[in-house]
Design a protein around this ligand. Structure first.
Ligand code: ZN
Length: 583
């Protein structure tokens, strides 16, 4: 896979002399105050928090469970000890709070073992049994007692994308209300071959199908278009779905489905069509969207759905800014505190606890270290430290926070999110998700240069990582983000060493009970995490002290949301039409 590095320009002697002649203000070094703040971030502090949060005692921190409750209390207690204030204003005379409760709704469907698809040429029975032969993954989507689809018509909608800015609509000319759409994964090459946009994410496909009134959606899995094999989906296919409470008038799918590639071929064959030929037509940029095409076959599904609500919490702390006016604006730091909890181990494995040491005890530990370092000498704007719940359930804590912010989101200057820090040592470079999308990237570039490091974009643009972490939920409401991580080039290591470490982690520990601290076998080197945290701290301080808020670059997909948020923030006492008290 390509690695879009930004190389330093070749410098001639004359140019070098010209650089030397520049005034000192152009030199990208830290100020005295920044150096002092950075020096307060220590590896032993990160290690201590990490050791506690990743302990077996916390039972894998499943949101709303006892172990995660302990983590939540720990985060608040540590912020209090570091001199922060509770970050959520009290309503109606109540005192301010560290905790924002987030209701999680778990839907559990009794999925039938076989789902029938029938057309004029015959019928297919698709297996939903969790096995290698599984054809169809089925999950509920809406808060209903029963899902009943009786020969609901299947409609192929290509990539299922509605993108007015590209003049593109896969739903053109179709009425899919009450029907089941069949959708390809990924997106047409709008931003170049192999670049996944939000339009290329499966969650977008479901949202857009629901907006069009579809009863269900089936995403066609292929390993290249998903960037992971079918087993990843079947392993977690238990007929459950966790979501935020359904809002009045909110469109939801009754059934969210994935079909395996071989089973998808059979369904298309039953309709007298060829999947490959239809997929080719769907990505032809000249067609401006496929337009919906009924397949002439219907799907029958009948399943009961149970609903249970679990309370969980975001944790929020505040470092109040020193400027009376600018203190009403906030730079946010965030990390998700939840992980996968525990499960019955499959022998010979014995460990039942998903400690989530890297994912994301490491991010929480580092944000705590940044908070303590920042609280000693606050900047002009305020700093808000937010620990999100239920990231692993689909960014639900961050989504709730974006919908119920303690201040209008137009007064959030930027969000600096940490999800799995660099634990392999110091690096000469820094990966920046969404590099160049907002002026916050320019601040990152300057601070990295002051550390003697170069910056580059996402090494895996096909994965759509930008849309898979909590900062995305805030970007959607217009908040510019900073999402960075040192690497993959490690000081004193061979060229490919960093990528090998990353790959080994993904294969041996990612979302497994072996994501522990300290890792066994081996050790982590937190010197790189410290250097990244120093960068994140100084970036936040610079944004918090700057005369202007960061801006999205012209034409960015979140620019319009920001404009709307700034307008709403300037209307007195209003957040998207809802009155709130600011801290
Ligand atoms: Zn995770």
């Amino acid at each position: 896979m390509g690695h879009p590095h930004e190389h330093a320009p070749r410098v001639t002697l004359a140019a070098a002399l010209a650089l030397l002649a520049l005034p000192a203000s152009a030199a990208p070094s830290f100020t005295g105050a920044e150096r002092a703040a950075a020096a307060r971030v220590r590896a032993d502090e990160i290690s201590g928090h990490l050791r506690f949060l990743a302990d077996d005692l916390l039972e894998g921190r499943a949101p709303g469970q006892r172990g995660d409750e302990i983590a939540v209390r720990y985060l608040a207690a540590q912020m209090e000890a570091a001199g922060l204030e509770p970050g959520l204003p009290g309503q109606g005379g109540a005192p301010a709070s560290w905790f924002q409760s987030v209701p999680l709704v778990k839907l559990t469907a009794q999925v039938p073992p076989l789902v029938e698809v029938r057309g004029a040429r015959g019928a297919l029975a698709l297996s939903t049994r969790q096995s290698k032969e599984m054809d169809l993954v089925v999950a509920p989507g809406a808060e209903v007692d029963r899902v009943k689809l009786d020969h609901a018509e299947l409609v192929f909608v290509g990539y299922g994308v509605t993108a007015p800015e590209y003049g593109w609509d896969d739903y053109r000319g179709a009425d899919v209300r009450g029907k089941v759409v069949v959708v390809l994964n990924f997106n047409p090459p709008f931003a170049g071959e192999g670049v996944r946009l939000w339009y290329g994410r499966w969650d977008y496909k479901y949202e857009n199908a629901a907006r069009h009134g579809a009863a269900g959606a089936i995403i066609v899995h292929t390993t290249p278009s998903a960037s992971y094999p079918w087993q990843v989906l079947t392993a977690s296919a238990d007929g459950t779905e966790t979501a935020l409470p359904q809002q009045p008038g909110e469109a939801r799918l009754l059934a969210k489905m994935w079909v395996s590639e071989p089973a998808a071929r059979k369904v298309f064959a039953l309709a007298g069509q060829d999947l490959d030929e239809r997929a080719r037509a769907a990505q032809d940029l000249r067609r401006r969207g496929l337009g919906a095409a009924p397949l002439g076959v219907g799907l029958t599904l009948d399943m009961a759905v149970a609903r249970a609500v679990t309370p969980s919490a975001n944790v929020v702390g505040l470092v109040r800014g020193t400027d009376p006016k600018l203190a009403q604006e906030y730079v946010l730091y965030s990390a998700h505190h939840d992980h996968l909890g525990r499960a019955t181990p499959i022998p010979p494995a014995t460990d039942a606890i998903y400690n989530g040491a890297l994912d994301n005890a490491s991010g929480c530990a580092t944000v705590l270290a940044i908070a303590r370092a920042a609280a000693v000498a606050p900047p002009r704007r305020s700093l808000l430290f937010v620990f999100f719940t239920a990231e692993e359930k689909g960014l639900l804590g961050a989504r709730w926070f974006a919908r119920h912010p303690p201040a209008p989101v137009g007064r959030f200057a930027a969000l600096i999110n940490l999800d799995a820090v660099n634990v392999f040592g110091r690096t000469s470079d820094l990966t920046v998700l969404g590099l160049g999308r907002s002026s916050a990237s320019d601040v990152v570039r300057d601070v990295a240069a002051a550390q003697g490091r170069t910056v580059h974009g996402d090494a895996f643009p096909d994965r759509g990582s930008y849309y898979r972490s909590d900062h995305f939920e805030l970007a959607r409401v217009g908040v510019p983000d900073v999402s960075v991580k040192g690497g993959p080039h490690y000081l004193g290591r061979p060229e490919d060493w960093g990528r090998e470490q990353q790959k080994a982690f993904e294969q041996q520990r990612y979302h497994q009970p072996s994501d522990e601290y300290p890792p066994a076998p081996g050790r982590w080197d937190l010197s790189g995490a410290v250097e990244d945290a120093q960068l994140q701290l100084v970036v936040g301080l610079r944004v918090a002290d700057a005369p202007e808020l960061p801006r999205w670059k012209a034409g960015d997909e979140f620019e319009a949301a920001r404009r709307e948020a700034l307008r709403a923030a300037n209307a007195p006492g209003a957040v998207g039409g809802r009155a709130v008290t600011s801290p």
